[in-house]
Design a protein. Structure first.
Length: 97
């Protein structure tokens, strides 16, 4: 599952940019940035490439295809799986949910 919306939001907020700031840099409307961040719409290939350029990351990073790791969680209960997912989110985005 792609977390593109969360990645875009995280990169944008790390730079203290508003959605409007990012939209201006990428050449789209603010409503498009909002739609991307809320996983309502995916950016076109051209916009994805521009997002990567603006954030100085690869498109692979945005799409989470680089540095992927697979963890075998077979045999874990649902509460244990939820605890693992929560821990990953906290570590990945450095915030508490």
């Amino acid at each position: 599952m792609i977390n593109l919306g969360n990645i875009i939001r995280s990169l944008r907020t790390q730079r203290n940019w508003s959605q409007e700031d990012l939209a201006r840099r990428v050449g789209v409307k603010k409503s498009s940035i909002s739609a991307y961040e809320n996983d309502i719409r995916l950016p076109s290939y051209d916009v994805l490439i521009e997002l990567a350029r603006v954030f100085d990351v690869s498109t692979d990073y945005l799409l989470e295809v680089e540095n992927r790791h697979i963890i075998d969680v077979s045999g874990l209960s649902e509460p244990e799986l939820e605890a693992i997912k929560h821990l990953i989110r906290v570590m990945k985005y450095k915030s508490f949910f």
